[in-house]
Design a protein around this ligand. Structure first.
Ligand code: ZN
Length: 462
């Protein structure tokens, strides 16, 4: 009997030691490394999904407190998230990041995107109410764009971008003058504002006065400021004047919203957009950027107030943006792909690994969008994660060797019909985003060095 008790006691001690060791390894990240290595070894035999599930459970058990914190501030730049942002990229950072991506953030991001969209919608409605008597611009319903609304934003630096389509007020019309060139991938244009005769409407409804056929003095007295006079330069809609007008309007409109009693809204300095910082009493904050856009015909391609990397020639230059069709493409894929598709995780992973290299997230997003139309969506199941990551890297390598990466939406027959594009986009010649690499050998050599760094970072992770 005593011998049996001694055996049990020894067994308990052994189990306790093993448990302590596992806890220590989990805390130090060593366990994660071992698991990732094990995953890599067993992956060809189809055991990856099981290993990932196990890994999730263990990882979240060990970091329960941390995950609660990161979850509660996943879209908010709290001080802890800023520290995380500044932390150097290393394999544990990325390993943890990879795991987090596969757990909760997509759902949280979608939920918070809805909240932001509703809040900005309310703000626009209030803007509309306080500008009813000033025939300047009509603000249409906002459209969420960019990484957050595409579902792959890295949560520690999320800026929620929304595009607000602008329409001319009654008695005015917009004429778009598109000009190719400038910084790739975008093209640019100007928006000429013209007066329209509304005499007939004036006679029938009496709710407007025709700017074209009424003396200026009378209009000034009865109708308030005119769009051409206040928001245009040489008859062209001025981005900077528009942004300034909206910022002032938004600040006043905010005071009408019930949310203004609970949160503080700060309009940050921006010449071409409206950057808002929303702070709760708790100190947590939310970053929102509102861009303005003029729609090209019936398409979802806009001339927007977005800033160009190389700057723009004047304040009346608007940049052509495919942000809305790209967001719609990601929504299309989300509807068609398996529920646990890994394409957003892949993009998130690369976005993190790209830090410090010359590759933009737009470049990797373009690679991913091409691959999503080449590889069947059923093969983006979570179990194919490593295969897909490898595929993205190989695709990028081929593009670098050929010095050629085509813009996804221009002249690409593989773009699904569900993504509405102007006819000119469908018939256009492909646009090479790597044109600079073809023209500048030094830039190409640097890109190859950056690619090798990317390869090393991935290998150290996987
Ligand atoms: Zn008239």
């Amino acid at each position: 009997m005593q011998q049996r008790e001694e055996q049990l006691r020894q067994e308990m001690i052994r189990l306790q030691q093993e448990f302590d060791k596992m806890t220590q390894e989990l805390q130090s990240g060593l366990f994660l490394k071992n698991m990732l290595l094990a995953m890599w070894e067993v992956w060809p035999f189809g055991a990856l999904p099981g290993a990932l599930v196990l890994l999730f459970k263990l990882f979240w058990m060990a970091t329960e407190v941390d995950s609660d914190e990161s979850e509660s501030s996943s879209d908010e730049s709290s001080s802890s998230s800023e520290e995380e942002e500044e932390a150097p990229v290393n394999e544990w950072d990325v390993g943890r990041f990879l795991m987090q991506q596969m757990q909760v953030p997509v759902l949280h991001l979608a939920k918070r995107c809805k909240v932001v969209e509703a809040l900005v919608g309310d703000l626009l409605h209030a803007c509309h109410l306080i500008t009813l008597n000033t025939p300047l611009l009509r603000l249409e319903q906002c459209i969420g764009v960019g990484s957050a609304f595409e579902g792959w934003s890295s949560h520690w630096d999320t800026v929620y971008s929304l595009l607000v389509p602008l329409k001319p007020p009654t008695g005015h019309c917009f004429h778009l003058e598109l000009g190719a060139g400038g910084e790739l991938p975008a093209r640019h244009g100007r928006v000429r504002v013209e007066l329209e005769c509304v005499c007939l409407r004036q006679q029938l409804l009496g709710d407007v006065r025709c700017f074209l056929h009424r003396p200026e003095a009378e209009l000034g007295r009865n109708q308030g400021p005119c769009l051409l006079q206040y928001l245009c330069s040489h008859s062209y809609l001025d981005v900077e004047k528009t942004a300034c007008w909206f910022q002032l309007t938004a600040m006043n409109a905010w005071l009408l919203l019930p949310a203004s009693h609970r949160c503080r809204l700060t309009v940050l300095r921006s010449s071409r957009s409206c950057k808002l910082r929303l702070e709760k009493v708790s100190g947590r904050s939310l970053s929102i950027e509102i861009l303005f856009g003029v729609q090209q015909g019936d398409s979802r391609v806009f001339l927007t107030s977005q800033q160009a990397r190389a700057g723009l020639p004047s304040s009346t230059t608007w940049l052509e943006s495919c942000a809305v069709p790209e967001m719609l493409f990601f929504r299309f894929v989300a509807r068609q792909a398996p529920q646990d598709s890994c394409h957003l995780t892949c993009l998130n992973l690369f976005a993190r690994l790209l830090e410090g290299t010359g590759f933009s997230t737009y470049c990797l997003k373009t690679v991913l969008m091409h691959l999503l139309t080449v590889i069947p969506l059923s093969r983006w199941h979570r179990g194919h994660l490593l295969e897909r990551v490898d595929g993205i890297l190989q695709y990028l390598q081929r593009c670098l060797e050929d010095k050629q990466l085509h813009h996804f939406l221009l002249g690409n027959e593989r773009v699904p019909r569900e993504v509405p594009l102007p006819v000119a986009f469908q018939t256009a010649s492909p646009l090479n985003l790597f044109q600079r690499l073809a023209q500048e050998p030094d830039a190409h050599a640097q890109a190859l060095r950056d690619f090798r760094r990317l390869q090393v970072r991935l290998r150290s992770l996987l």
